[in-house]
Design a protein around this ligand. Structure first.
Ligand SMILES: *Cc1c(COP(=O)(O)O)cnc(C)c1O
Length: 246
């Protein structure tokens, strides 16, 4: 990075980041993978340094917000899976696909572009379909999700590696979060019934990692917890290992 002349700096203790990941591991089942979220320059901690550390301790997947962040990781030699959690525009989806970066897919327009790219290059782009269960930001509305997922699978040239959703009020509104889990489970059930298998099913941000164990599925997406910040003040008093099964 070019040097910026500011009389301030931050020292990041990478051992502390490693310790935080280990603490998270004590809270999840063995078959659950961790996708640390390193968007926004790893929450200000330095995306490349943090990513390098995470890969060195066995992390297989990282979550970012934008194509630029993903490319920055690829250019610095990060070899692991990278999922863009934000929406991608048409040209961005192609750049992502050609750099082995996983796109969040939630509309037919981008699907069509990826299919054309696949036919042209003979390569199979990796996607995770995002399902909107009430966040209202990006994603296919859960009632339409199954038919969209079927369209993705039916193309025969897209690797549907994952499906996921995002909670809008975990920690603030239990009822709403339960409802989001119910909607997401509904889509997963439809997929099961149709014999559609995906490698990753995920929903949990930091708060849900601790408070909503049943939403761990087989991948969790902690962000703020990786950096040692409590997503809720009451966590300060309860050890992470005490998280309940609600
Ligand atoms: C930012 C983000 C996360 C991580 O959230 P934290 O609350 O920092 O754990 C997880 N998933 C998605 C989709 C996000 O955008």
């Amino acid at each position: 990075m070019t040097k910026k002349y500011r009389p301030t700096w931050a020292e990041i203790d990478l051992d502390a980041i490693k310790y935080n990941v280990e603490q998270i591991k004590t809270c999840i089942k063995k078959d659950v993978e961790i996708m640390p979220v390193v968007k926004a320059n790893a929450y200000g901690h330095g995306i490349c340094e943090i990513a390098r550390l995470l890969v060195s301790i066995g992390i297989n997947y990282l979550g970012v917000a934008t194509v630029d962040e993903a490319l920055r990781l690829r250019r610095s030699g990060i070899p692991c899976g990278i999922l863009i959690l934000g929406a991608t525009l048409e040209d961005e989806a192609l750049i992502a696909a050609s750099n082995d970066i996983t796109v969040t897919l939630c509309n037919d327009n981008i699907l069509k572009i990826l299919v054309e790219w696949s036919k042209k290059t003979g390569q199979i782009p990796k996607v995770h379909v995002k399902i909107d269960t009430g966040m209202g930001r990006i994603g296919v509305w859960h009632e339409e999700a199954f038919s969209f997922i079927k369209r993705v699978v039916d193309t025969g040239c897209i690797d549907l590696e994952g499906v996921y959703t995002h909670f809008s009020a975990a920690g603030r509104d239990e009822l709403y979060t339960s409802l989001q889990i119910e909607y997401f489970d509904g889509v997963l059930e439809e997929m099961d019934n149709a014999g559609i298998k995906v490698k990753y099913r995920h929903a949990s941000n930091s708060l849900a990692v601790v408070d909503w164990k049943k939403a761990h599925l087989n991948l969790i997406r902690p962000g703020i917890l990786i950096y040692g910040i409590y997503p809720k003040e009451t966590f300060r008093r309860s050890k992470i290992t005490t998280c309940h099964d609600s």
